[in-house]
Design a protein around this ligand. Structure first.
Ligand code: LLP
Length: 438
Protein backbone atom coordinates (compact mmCIF):
# COMPACT_ATOMS: atom_id res chain seq x y z
CA UNK A 1 0.00 0.00 0.00
CA UNK A 2 1.20 3.49 -0.82
CA UNK A 3 1.32 5.81 2.15
CA UNK A 4 -0.87 8.94 2.12
CA UNK A 5 2.04 11.38 1.58
CA UNK A 6 3.05 9.58 -1.59
CA UNK A 7 -0.53 9.06 -2.76
CA UNK A 8 -1.24 12.79 -2.65
CA UNK A 9 1.60 13.52 -5.04
CA UNK A 10 0.82 10.76 -7.54
CA UNK A 11 -2.13 10.60 -9.97
CA UNK A 12 -5.34 9.55 -8.20
CA UNK A 13 -5.49 6.11 -9.82
CA UNK A 14 -1.99 5.11 -8.68
CA UNK A 15 -1.64 1.73 -7.03
CA UNK A 16 0.95 -0.95 -6.50
CA UNK A 17 0.21 -4.41 -7.94
CA UNK A 18 0.99 -7.79 -6.37
CA UNK A 19 4.46 -7.74 -7.86
CA UNK A 20 5.23 -4.39 -6.26
CA UNK A 21 5.05 -2.51 -9.58
CA UNK A 22 3.46 0.91 -9.81
CA UNK A 23 0.31 1.17 -11.92
CA UNK A 24 -1.45 4.33 -13.09
CA UNK A 25 -4.81 4.40 -14.81
CA UNK A 26 -4.84 0.61 -14.60
CA UNK A 27 -1.60 0.39 -16.60
CA UNK A 28 1.57 -1.31 -15.36
CA UNK A 29 4.31 1.30 -15.73
CA UNK A 30 7.06 -1.24 -16.38
CA UNK A 31 5.11 -2.78 -19.27
CA UNK A 32 4.15 0.63 -20.63
CA UNK A 33 7.75 1.81 -20.54
CA UNK A 34 8.97 -1.29 -22.33
CA UNK A 35 6.25 -0.81 -24.93
CA UNK A 36 6.75 2.91 -25.66
CA UNK A 37 10.37 3.40 -24.59
CA UNK A 38 11.62 6.13 -22.27
CA UNK A 39 11.60 8.99 -21.45
CA UNK A 40 7.85 8.80 -21.42
CA UNK A 41 5.22 11.20 -20.09
CA UNK A 42 1.99 9.70 -18.82
CA UNK A 43 -1.20 11.62 -18.12
CA UNK A 44 -3.98 10.05 -16.11
CA UNK A 45 -7.32 11.08 -17.61
CA UNK A 46 -9.25 10.25 -14.48
CA UNK A 47 -7.16 12.64 -12.36
CA UNK A 48 -7.57 15.49 -14.85
CA UNK A 49 -11.34 15.00 -15.00
CA UNK A 50 -11.69 14.77 -11.22
CA UNK A 51 -9.72 17.95 -10.66
CA UNK A 52 -11.69 19.81 -13.35
CA UNK A 53 -14.94 18.75 -11.66
CA UNK A 54 -13.61 19.82 -8.27
CA UNK A 55 -12.78 23.31 -9.58
CA UNK A 56 -16.07 23.73 -11.42
CA UNK A 57 -18.14 22.49 -8.47
CA UNK A 58 -16.32 24.33 -5.69
CA UNK A 59 -16.45 27.67 -7.49
CA UNK A 60 -20.08 27.18 -8.56
CA UNK A 61 -20.97 26.38 -4.98
CA UNK A 62 -19.34 29.45 -3.49
CA UNK A 63 -20.03 31.79 -6.45
CA UNK A 64 -22.68 30.43 -8.87
CA UNK A 65 -22.00 33.05 -11.55
CA UNK A 66 -18.50 31.73 -12.28
CA UNK A 67 -16.53 29.65 -14.66
CA UNK A 68 -13.12 28.05 -14.85
CA UNK A 69 -10.79 28.92 -17.71
CA UNK A 70 -7.85 26.52 -17.97
CA UNK A 71 -4.56 28.26 -18.60
CA UNK A 72 -3.26 26.23 -21.51
CA UNK A 73 0.36 27.38 -21.18
CA UNK A 74 0.67 24.71 -18.45
CA UNK A 75 0.15 21.97 -21.06
CA UNK A 76 -1.55 22.26 -24.40
CA UNK A 77 -2.76 19.40 -26.58
CA UNK A 78 -5.81 18.57 -28.70
CA UNK A 79 -6.67 15.56 -26.52
CA UNK A 80 -6.62 17.66 -23.35
CA UNK A 81 -8.70 20.31 -25.10
CA UNK A 82 -11.45 17.73 -25.70
CA UNK A 83 -11.43 16.69 -22.05
CA UNK A 84 -11.71 20.31 -20.94
CA UNK A 85 -14.58 20.95 -23.31
CA UNK A 86 -16.43 17.91 -21.94
CA UNK A 87 -15.79 19.09 -18.39
CA UNK A 88 -17.24 22.54 -19.22
CA UNK A 89 -14.10 24.60 -18.80
CA UNK A 90 -13.08 27.60 -20.86
CA UNK A 91 -9.47 28.00 -21.96
CA UNK A 92 -7.05 30.88 -21.96
CA UNK A 93 -4.16 31.16 -24.39
CA UNK A 94 -1.05 33.30 -24.65
CA UNK A 95 0.01 32.74 -28.24
CA UNK A 96 -1.24 32.12 -31.76
CA UNK A 97 0.18 28.61 -31.39
CA UNK A 98 -1.92 27.80 -28.32
CA UNK A 99 -4.91 29.32 -30.10
CA UNK A 100 -4.31 27.12 -33.14
CA UNK A 101 -4.52 24.00 -30.92
CA UNK A 102 -8.02 25.14 -29.92
CA UNK A 103 -8.98 25.95 -33.50
CA UNK A 104 -7.72 22.56 -34.64
CA UNK A 105 -9.74 20.92 -31.82
CA UNK A 106 -12.87 22.89 -32.77
CA UNK A 107 -13.09 24.21 -29.21
CA UNK A 108 -15.95 26.73 -28.82
CA UNK A 109 -14.37 30.12 -29.50
CA UNK A 110 -16.81 31.85 -27.18
CA UNK A 111 -15.04 30.17 -24.25
CA UNK A 112 -11.58 31.51 -25.09
CA UNK A 113 -9.59 34.41 -23.71
CA UNK A 114 -6.21 35.65 -25.02
CA UNK A 115 -3.55 37.02 -22.62
CA UNK A 116 -0.04 38.32 -23.12
CA UNK A 117 2.13 41.41 -22.77
CA UNK A 118 3.08 41.60 -26.46
CA UNK A 119 0.56 39.98 -28.74
CA UNK A 120 1.41 40.43 -32.39
CA UNK A 121 -0.79 41.93 -35.10
CA UNK A 122 -1.23 38.42 -36.53
CA UNK A 123 -2.19 36.91 -33.17
CA UNK A 124 -4.77 39.62 -32.50
CA UNK A 125 -6.18 39.25 -35.99
CA UNK A 126 -6.35 35.46 -35.62
CA UNK A 127 -8.29 35.95 -32.35
CA UNK A 128 -10.75 38.56 -33.61
CA UNK A 129 -11.29 36.63 -36.82
CA UNK A 130 -12.15 33.48 -34.84
CA UNK A 131 -14.58 35.43 -32.63
CA UNK A 132 -12.92 34.57 -29.36
CA UNK A 133 -14.81 35.75 -26.31
CA UNK A 134 -12.35 38.20 -24.78
CA UNK A 135 -8.87 39.59 -25.30
CA UNK A 136 -7.02 40.89 -22.26
CA UNK A 137 -5.40 44.22 -23.02
CA UNK A 138 -1.93 44.65 -21.57
CA UNK A 139 -0.40 47.80 -23.09
CA UNK A 140 -1.39 51.18 -24.55
CA UNK A 141 -0.05 50.16 -27.97
CA UNK A 142 -2.27 47.13 -27.92
CA UNK A 143 -5.43 49.12 -27.17
CA UNK A 144 -5.05 51.10 -30.39
CA UNK A 145 -3.81 48.16 -32.42
CA UNK A 146 -6.69 45.89 -31.41
CA UNK A 147 -9.24 48.62 -32.07
CA UNK A 148 -7.77 49.06 -35.57
CA UNK A 149 -7.91 45.32 -36.26
CA UNK A 150 -11.47 45.00 -34.95
CA UNK A 151 -12.57 47.91 -37.09
CA UNK A 152 -10.84 46.45 -40.21
CA UNK A 153 -12.76 43.23 -39.60
CA UNK A 154 -15.98 45.13 -38.76
CA UNK A 155 -16.20 43.55 -35.33
CA UNK A 156 -16.83 44.75 -31.83
CA UNK A 157 -14.30 42.88 -29.67
CA UNK A 158 -14.95 42.25 -25.98
CA UNK A 159 -11.91 43.03 -23.87
CA UNK A 160 -10.61 42.90 -20.32
CA UNK A 161 -7.91 45.14 -18.93
CA UNK A 162 -5.05 43.54 -17.03
CA UNK A 163 -4.06 45.60 -14.02
CA UNK A 164 -1.17 45.10 -11.69
CA UNK A 165 -2.26 45.55 -8.09
CA UNK A 166 1.21 45.76 -6.48
CA UNK A 167 0.61 42.71 -4.30
CA UNK A 168 3.52 40.34 -3.76
CA UNK A 169 2.29 36.73 -3.71
CA UNK A 170 5.62 35.63 -2.16
CA UNK A 171 6.44 33.07 -4.76
CA UNK A 172 9.62 32.59 -6.83
CA UNK A 173 10.89 35.92 -8.21
CA UNK A 174 10.71 34.53 -11.76
CA UNK A 175 7.05 33.61 -11.41
CA UNK A 176 5.84 36.76 -9.66
CA UNK A 177 3.73 39.06 -11.84
CA UNK A 178 1.39 41.20 -9.76
CA UNK A 179 3.99 43.61 -8.37
CA UNK A 180 4.65 47.16 -9.61
CA UNK A 181 7.92 46.21 -11.28
CA UNK A 182 6.47 43.73 -13.79
CA UNK A 183 6.16 43.59 -17.57
CA UNK A 184 2.54 42.48 -17.13
CA UNK A 185 -0.48 44.69 -16.62
CA UNK A 186 -1.24 48.37 -16.16
CA UNK A 187 -0.19 49.47 -12.66
CA UNK A 188 -3.01 50.90 -10.58
CA UNK A 189 -0.53 52.71 -8.35
CA UNK A 190 0.88 54.93 -11.12
CA UNK A 191 -2.48 55.92 -12.62
CA UNK A 192 -1.78 53.95 -15.81
CA UNK A 193 -4.62 51.48 -15.18
CA UNK A 194 -7.04 54.40 -15.03
CA UNK A 195 -5.59 55.83 -18.26
CA UNK A 196 -6.04 52.45 -19.93
CA UNK A 197 -9.71 52.36 -18.94
CA UNK A 198 -10.29 55.89 -20.24
CA UNK A 199 -8.63 55.08 -23.54
CA UNK A 200 -10.38 51.72 -24.01
CA UNK A 201 -13.86 53.08 -23.35
CA UNK A 202 -13.26 55.66 -26.10
CA UNK A 203 -12.47 53.01 -28.71
CA UNK A 204 -15.21 52.50 -31.25
CA UNK A 205 -14.65 48.76 -31.77
CA UNK A 206 -13.74 47.61 -28.25
CA UNK A 207 -16.24 46.63 -25.60
CA UNK A 208 -14.72 46.78 -22.12
CA UNK A 209 -16.15 43.93 -20.05
CA UNK A 210 -14.02 43.94 -16.95
CA UNK A 211 -10.74 43.62 -15.13
CA UNK A 212 -8.13 40.90 -14.82
CA UNK A 213 -5.04 40.46 -12.68
CA UNK A 214 -2.72 37.56 -12.06
CA UNK A 215 -0.40 37.70 -9.07
CA UNK A 216 2.04 34.90 -9.82
CA UNK A 217 2.39 31.19 -9.34
CA UNK A 218 2.31 29.03 -7.27
CA UNK A 219 0.63 30.90 -4.41
CA UNK A 220 0.52 28.85 -1.21
CA UNK A 221 -1.74 31.24 0.72
CA UNK A 222 -5.19 32.68 0.15
CA UNK A 223 -4.11 36.00 1.71
CA UNK A 224 -2.62 37.58 -1.45
CA UNK A 225 -5.86 36.92 -3.36
CA UNK A 226 -7.91 38.54 -0.60
CA UNK A 227 -5.68 41.61 -0.49
CA UNK A 228 -5.57 42.04 -4.25
CA UNK A 229 -9.29 41.42 -4.81
CA UNK A 230 -10.23 44.06 -2.22
CA UNK A 231 -7.85 46.56 -3.75
CA UNK A 232 -8.85 45.92 -7.37
CA UNK A 233 -12.58 46.01 -6.61
CA UNK A 234 -12.10 49.38 -4.88
CA UNK A 235 -10.34 50.53 -8.03
CA UNK A 236 -13.14 49.15 -10.24
CA UNK A 237 -15.66 50.99 -8.12
CA UNK A 238 -13.78 54.29 -8.58
CA UNK A 239 -13.57 53.67 -12.31
CA UNK A 240 -17.33 53.74 -12.79
CA UNK A 241 -16.81 57.46 -13.30
CA UNK A 242 -14.73 56.62 -16.39
CA UNK A 243 -17.35 54.31 -17.84
CA UNK A 244 -16.20 50.97 -16.40
CA UNK A 245 -19.11 48.61 -15.91
CA UNK A 246 -17.56 45.58 -14.24
CA UNK A 247 -19.31 42.63 -15.87
CA UNK A 248 -16.34 40.24 -15.63
CA UNK A 249 -13.83 39.94 -12.81
CA UNK A 250 -10.85 37.64 -13.29
CA UNK A 251 -8.33 37.29 -10.45
CA UNK A 252 -6.10 34.91 -12.45
CA UNK A 253 -4.69 31.54 -11.50
CA UNK A 254 -1.66 30.52 -9.48
CA UNK A 255 -3.16 27.84 -7.23
CA UNK A 256 -0.42 25.71 -5.71
CA UNK A 257 0.09 21.94 -5.71
CA UNK A 258 2.38 19.68 -3.65
CA UNK A 259 5.46 18.48 -5.49
CA UNK A 260 7.03 16.72 -2.50
CA UNK A 261 5.81 15.60 0.89
CA UNK A 262 8.12 18.25 2.39
CA UNK A 263 6.16 21.07 0.66
CA UNK A 264 3.93 23.30 2.67
CA UNK A 265 0.40 21.92 2.20
CA UNK A 266 -1.43 24.21 -0.25
CA UNK A 267 -5.01 25.31 0.42
CA UNK A 268 -7.64 22.96 -0.99
CA UNK A 269 -9.64 24.03 -4.05
CA UNK A 270 -12.54 24.65 -1.68
CA UNK A 271 -10.41 26.95 0.47
CA UNK A 272 -9.22 28.96 -2.53
CA UNK A 273 -12.79 29.13 -3.88
CA UNK A 274 -14.26 30.21 -0.56
CA UNK A 275 -11.63 32.87 0.07
CA UNK A 276 -11.99 34.35 -3.43
CA UNK A 277 -15.78 34.18 -3.55
CA UNK A 278 -16.39 35.48 -0.04
CA UNK A 279 -14.05 38.41 -0.59
CA UNK A 280 -15.78 39.40 -3.84
CA UNK A 281 -19.26 39.07 -2.36
CA UNK A 282 -18.39 41.05 0.76
CA UNK A 283 -16.57 43.81 -1.09
CA UNK A 284 -19.24 44.19 -3.77
CA UNK A 285 -21.92 44.45 -1.08
CA UNK A 286 -19.87 47.03 0.78
CA UNK A 287 -19.39 49.12 -2.38
CA UNK A 288 -22.89 48.49 -3.77
CA UNK A 289 -21.21 47.12 -6.86
CA UNK A 290 -23.24 44.59 -8.90
CA UNK A 291 -21.59 41.18 -8.54
CA UNK A 292 -19.60 40.44 -11.69
CA UNK A 293 -19.17 37.15 -13.50
CA UNK A 294 -16.13 35.46 -11.93
CA UNK A 295 -13.48 33.72 -14.01
CA UNK A 296 -10.47 31.96 -12.51
CA UNK A 297 -7.70 30.54 -14.62
CA UNK A 298 -5.87 27.61 -13.05
CA UNK A 299 -3.17 25.95 -15.12
CA UNK A 300 -0.78 24.02 -12.90
CA UNK A 301 -3.42 22.83 -10.45
CA UNK A 302 -5.49 21.23 -13.24
CA UNK A 303 -2.73 19.13 -14.83
CA UNK A 304 0.36 18.91 -12.59
CA UNK A 305 -0.73 15.94 -10.51
CA UNK A 306 -2.10 13.93 -13.42
CA UNK A 307 1.30 13.72 -15.15
CA UNK A 308 4.39 11.65 -14.40
CA UNK A 309 7.63 11.35 -16.31
CA UNK A 310 9.26 7.92 -16.58
CA UNK A 311 12.98 7.72 -17.12
CA UNK A 312 15.50 4.90 -17.42
CA UNK A 313 18.62 4.94 -15.29
CA UNK A 314 21.87 5.00 -17.26
CA UNK A 315 25.32 5.62 -15.85
CA UNK A 316 25.85 5.76 -12.11
CA UNK A 317 28.87 7.65 -10.78
CA UNK A 318 29.76 7.44 -7.13
CA UNK A 319 32.28 10.05 -5.96
CA UNK A 320 33.36 8.82 -2.51
CA UNK A 321 32.71 11.38 0.20
CA UNK A 322 31.00 13.70 -2.29
CA UNK A 323 27.83 12.25 -3.82
CA UNK A 324 26.38 9.59 -6.06
CA UNK A 325 25.23 10.82 -9.47
CA UNK A 326 22.53 8.76 -11.13
CA UNK A 327 21.87 9.69 -14.76
CA UNK A 328 18.54 9.43 -16.53
CA UNK A 329 17.77 9.41 -20.25
CA UNK A 330 15.93 12.78 -20.14
CA UNK A 331 16.43 15.89 -18.07
CA UNK A 332 16.34 19.63 -18.64
CA UNK A 333 15.14 19.19 -22.25
CA UNK A 334 11.82 17.93 -20.92
CA UNK A 335 11.90 19.54 -17.47
CA UNK A 336 13.71 22.86 -17.15
CA UNK A 337 11.96 23.75 -13.86
CA UNK A 338 14.64 22.57 -11.38
CA UNK A 339 17.34 24.51 -13.27
CA UNK A 340 15.18 27.60 -13.73
CA UNK A 341 13.30 27.81 -10.43
CA UNK A 342 15.15 25.33 -8.18
CA UNK A 343 11.92 23.32 -8.21
CA UNK A 344 11.87 20.08 -6.24
CA UNK A 345 10.47 16.79 -7.51
CA UNK A 346 9.64 13.47 -5.87
CA UNK A 347 11.35 10.51 -7.48
CA UNK A 348 10.07 6.95 -7.08
CA UNK A 349 11.28 3.55 -8.26
CA UNK A 350 8.76 2.03 -10.70
CA UNK A 351 9.16 -1.63 -9.67
CA UNK A 352 10.32 -1.16 -6.07
CA UNK A 353 8.27 1.79 -4.85
CA UNK A 354 7.37 0.04 -1.58
CA UNK A 355 10.96 -0.85 -0.74
CA UNK A 356 12.68 1.05 2.01
CA UNK A 357 15.00 3.69 0.54
CA UNK A 358 18.61 2.89 1.32
CA UNK A 359 20.64 5.60 -0.38
CA UNK A 360 20.68 9.30 -1.08
CA UNK A 361 21.42 10.09 -4.73
CA UNK A 362 21.50 13.07 -7.06
CA UNK A 363 19.40 12.40 -10.14
CA UNK A 364 20.84 14.17 -13.16
CA UNK A 365 19.81 14.48 -16.78
CA UNK A 366 21.82 13.67 -19.88
CA UNK A 367 22.25 17.25 -21.08
CA UNK A 368 25.59 18.91 -21.40
CA UNK A 369 25.09 21.24 -18.42
CA UNK A 370 26.18 20.79 -14.81
CA UNK A 371 22.91 22.45 -13.79
CA UNK A 372 20.91 19.66 -15.40
CA UNK A 373 19.85 18.22 -12.04
CA UNK A 374 16.37 16.76 -11.68
CA UNK A 375 16.62 16.12 -7.97
CA UNK A 376 19.49 17.00 -5.69
CA UNK A 377 18.80 14.63 -2.85
CA UNK A 378 16.48 11.71 -3.49
CA UNK A 379 16.15 8.79 -1.13
CA UNK A 380 15.73 5.63 -3.19
CA UNK A 381 16.31 1.89 -3.05
CA UNK A 382 19.72 0.94 -4.45
CA UNK A 383 19.58 1.71 -8.17
CA UNK A 384 21.22 -0.09 -11.05
CA UNK A 385 21.68 0.54 -14.75
CA UNK A 386 18.38 0.04 -16.60
CA UNK A 387 16.08 0.62 -13.60
CA UNK A 388 12.98 2.73 -14.17
CA UNK A 389 12.08 5.72 -12.05
CA UNK A 390 9.30 8.27 -12.19
CA UNK A 391 9.32 11.95 -11.44
CA UNK A 392 5.90 12.76 -10.01
CA UNK A 393 3.77 15.90 -10.47
CA UNK A 394 5.23 16.44 -13.92
CA UNK A 395 2.06 17.37 -15.80
CA UNK A 396 2.41 21.16 -15.76
CA UNK A 397 5.10 23.31 -17.37
CA UNK A 398 7.42 20.35 -18.06
CA UNK A 399 6.49 19.39 -21.61
CA UNK A 400 5.11 22.90 -22.11
CA UNK A 401 8.58 24.37 -21.51
CA UNK A 402 10.55 21.56 -23.15
CA UNK A 403 13.22 22.17 -25.77
CA UNK A 404 15.39 20.54 -28.38
CA UNK A 405 18.57 21.53 -26.54
CA UNK A 406 21.42 19.18 -27.52
CA UNK A 407 19.13 18.17 -30.41
CA UNK A 408 17.00 16.26 -27.93
CA UNK A 409 13.99 14.46 -29.34
CA UNK A 410 11.11 15.37 -27.06
CA UNK A 411 9.44 12.34 -25.43
CA UNK A 412 6.28 10.44 -26.25
CA UNK A 413 3.23 11.49 -24.26
CA UNK A 414 0.51 8.96 -23.54
CA UNK A 415 -2.82 9.13 -21.80
CA UNK A 416 -3.95 6.27 -19.57
CA UNK A 417 -7.49 5.49 -18.53
CA UNK A 418 -9.10 2.34 -17.11
CA UNK A 419 -6.35 0.05 -18.32
CA UNK A 420 -6.20 1.64 -21.79
CA UNK A 421 -3.29 3.67 -23.05
CA UNK A 422 -2.76 5.72 -26.15
CA UNK A 423 -0.27 8.12 -27.62
CA UNK A 424 -1.35 11.75 -27.68
CA UNK A 425 1.99 13.06 -28.91
CA UNK A 426 4.61 10.88 -30.54
CA UNK A 427 8.29 11.04 -29.75
CA UNK A 428 10.23 13.41 -31.99
CA UNK A 429 12.67 11.83 -34.40
CA UNK A 430 15.95 12.98 -35.93
CA UNK A 431 13.99 13.54 -39.15
CA UNK A 432 11.70 15.93 -37.27
CA UNK A 433 14.70 17.85 -36.03
CA UNK A 434 16.24 18.05 -39.49
CA UNK A 435 12.99 18.98 -41.20
CA UNK A 436 13.22 22.61 -40.03
CA UNK A 437 16.58 23.32 -41.62
CA UNK A 438 16.72 24.84 -45.08
N1 LLP B 1 -3.30 33.39 -15.78
C1 LLP B 1 -2.25 34.10 -16.20
C2 LLP B 1 -2.46 35.44 -16.74
C3 LLP B 1 -0.96 33.57 -16.10
O1 LLP B 1 0.07 34.29 -16.50
C4 LLP B 1 -0.79 32.26 -15.58
C5 LLP B 1 0.55 31.68 -15.49
C6 LLP B 1 -1.92 31.55 -15.19
C7 LLP B 1 -3.16 32.14 -15.29
C8 LLP B 1 -1.84 30.14 -14.66
O2 LLP B 1 -1.08 30.01 -13.53
P1 LLP B 1 -1.04 28.60 -12.77
O3 LLP B 1 -2.43 28.33 -12.29
O4 LLP B 1 -0.58 27.58 -13.74
O5 LLP B 1 -0.09 28.76 -11.66
N2 LLP B 1 6.58 28.32 -15.77
C9 LLP B 1 6.25 28.55 -14.38
C10 LLP B 1 4.86 29.08 -14.19
C11 LLP B 1 4.63 30.33 -14.99
C12 LLP B 1 3.19 30.75 -14.91
C13 LLP B 1 2.93 31.80 -15.92
N3 LLP B 1 1.61 32.29 -15.86
C14 LLP B 1 6.44 27.24 -13.61
O6 LLP B 1 6.83 26.26 -14.23
O7 LLP B 1 6.25 27.20 -12.41
Amino acid sequence: MLNEDIKNILPMTSQVNDEGILEIGGCNLEEISNYYGTPLYIYDENTIRNICKEFVNEFKESYPNSHISYSSKAFSSPYLTKILEEENLGIDVVSGGELSVLQHSKFPSNKVNFHGNNKSYEELKQSVDWNIETITLDSFDEISLLNKIASELSKNQKVLIRVSPSVDPKTHILTTTGTLDSKFGFPIETGQAEEAIKLTTKMSNLDLQGIHFHLGSPIFETEPYVLAINYVLEFAHQQRKNGLNLKIFNPGGGFAVSYTSMDKTPPTVKEYANAISETIIKKCDELSLPKPHLIVEPGRSIVARSGVAIYKIGSIKNIPGVRKYVSIDGGMGDNIRPALYQSKYSIFHVTRILEKPTEKVTVVGKFCESGDILSNESLLPKLKYGDLIISATSGAYNIAMSSNYNMYCRPTIIIVNNGNHKVIKRRETHEDLLSHFV
